[in-house]
Design a binder for this molecule. Structure first.
Ligand code: GLU
Ligand code: MG
Length: 458
């Protein structure tokens, strides 16, 4: 980023000041998501926004090694506390935070002090993946589904704030004002909520948003979660996005929907491959499926993730794909007859909300891009619950479980050359260091202890 670019950013910020002030904004926050999936923030008084936009705000480079509990898995070379980076807000996504009066927010990107991209910035990485696909005339549309539970009281135990049946109307009545405020606050902030419902478990809700380009989809995921938390607090509720809030219940997923487009046409529909996939749509999906086990180190990045990722919980614990199969890691969604051209997409079900959304999408795009380059083909789709098949049939059909532990996923990730080429070795090493540290932390922990330690972080 050179001085001319910085001056342009300053001018853009100056042009926003009066409008933000007129809306009562007095403070401006910018965030990045670290390798453990925690959104970290710095804020300035509104009058400082032009400086923030031009020069960013400092943050230690040690944040690439922050674990979810704020322990620093510092590199053994002693460089942990040495070094600085600048968080620069992207002013194309400025949002006034309606549940936090006086505040505005924009997602940040991380730059080195010399104006070069910070080599471990996940948002810049995702932008590069998107640009590489655009050079092949391919655009991606994506969305994160968000699932969460609300708990009553300030204690660390999970006390479901609403009962009622899974998907039951009565749960909406129990928390009617809260549910309304979640929907309206997001809408006021420009988030297009497509659907909202009470989920399976006690106190659990889910919402889905309209598909966007990947960087925007990841930004939206950060914004939605911050908003859901803030609205909850205003209603005296505590929010958890953890994949396993308590070990006996159904978990929270963070499914990712992906479709690929060229010349205005959806490559997940209208083709001559199975269920209407085009050959590029299939090859992209096949690349994703091939790298999913390794990708779990970013998509299901906590020890708690593997408490959720079990069969017969609709979490997609098997490395297979199938039409509308909620037990397959890749669920092909064609939409209703007549809507496929715009609705068809691939849903990645196995990932959860401990994940840094920029890293997950960067990994998925890298895997899919490699699949397209190789002209990869999908195996036979699976049209039953894999858990209903016996071992011999699973083996015969080549249907395997995804990693069942973080240990397994990290080893596959560290050895995955495609993901390393996309992420760069420094970022891969930092991610592995954070995961190894979490594995150490929980080496003797029981599932209940893991769930409790992870419950209120993200
Ligand atoms: N809660 C499930 C999960 O852990 C997902 C349920 C659904 O398919 O929406 O992913
Ligand atoms: Mg759901």
């Amino acid at each position: 980023m050179d001085v001319e670019e910085r001056n342009g950013r300053r001018a853009r910020a100056e042009s926003l000041l009066a409008g933000l002030a007129a809306q009562g904004v007095v403070a401006f926050a910018t965030t990045f998501v670290d390798n453990s999936g925690v959104a970290r923030v710095k804020a300035v008084p509104l009058s400082r926004l032009p400086d923030l936009a031009a020069w960013g705000v400092g943050f230690s480079t040690a944040f690439d090694y922050f674990r979810f509990d704020d322990w620093v898995a510092a590199p053994p070379d002693g460089h942990g506390p040495v070094g600085d980076q600048r968080i620069v807000p992207d002013l194309s996504r400025v949002v006034r935070l309606h549940a936090q009066p006086g505040w505005a927010w924009a997602p940040g990107e991380r730059w080195a002090q010399d104006g070069q991209p910070h080599d471990k910035c996940s948002r810049l990485l995702l932008r590069r993946q998107v640009e590489a696909l655009a050079a092949q005339d391919v655009t991606v549309r994506s969305a994160f589904e968000i699932e969460w539970v609300v708990s009553r009281g300030g204690g660390d135990e999970f006390v479901p704030a609403a009962g009622g049946s899974g998907y039951g109307l009565s749960r909406l009545a129990e928390l009617s004002d809260y549910c309304r405020d979640v929907i309206t606050t997001l809408g006021d902030q420009g988030v297009v909520v497509e659907q909202f419902h009470p989920e399976y478990a006690a106190g659990q809700f889910e919402l889905s948003v309209a598909p966007e380009s990947p960087v925007q989809a990841a930004d939206t995921s950060v914004l939605v979660r911050a908003t859901v938390k803030a609205v909850g607090l205003a209603h005296g509720l505590r929010t958890s996005f953890s994949p396993k809030v308590d070990t006996s219940g159904v978990g929270n997923g963070g499914h990712v929907h992906l479709s690929l487009w060229r010349d205005g046409a959806n490559l997940m529909a209208g083709g001559d491959r199975r269920f209407g996939l085009t050959s590029d749509g299939e090859a992209f999906s096949a690349g994703v499926l091939e790298h999913l086990p390794a990708l779990l180190a970013v998509g299901a990045p906590g020890v708690a993730s593997y408490l959720r990722l079990v069969p017969q919980h609709w979490a997609g614990a098997y490395a297979c794909w199938g039409l509308e199969n909620r037990e397959a890691a890749l669920r092909m969604v064609t939409g209703s007859t007549g809507s496929s051209d715009w609705a068809a997409n691939m849903e990645v079900k196995c990932v959860d909300l401990l994940a840094n959304p920029y890293l997950v999408l960067a990994g998925l795009l890298a895997a899919g891009t490699a699949g397209m380059a190789a002209g990869a083909e999908l195996p036979e789709p699976v049209d039953v619950d894999p858990a209903a098949l016996d071992e011999a049939t699973l083996a015969e059909r080549g249907i395997e479980r995804l990693p069942t532990t973080l240990r397994e996923a990290v080893d596959l990730f560290a050895a995955d050359a495609t993901l390393a080429a996309a992420f760069g070795r420094p970022l891969v090493d930092a991610i592995v260091a954070v995961r190894e540290s979490e594995l150490d932390l929980f080496s003797d922990a029981s599932p209940d202890e893991v769930a409790a330690a992870t419950r209120w972080v993200h």
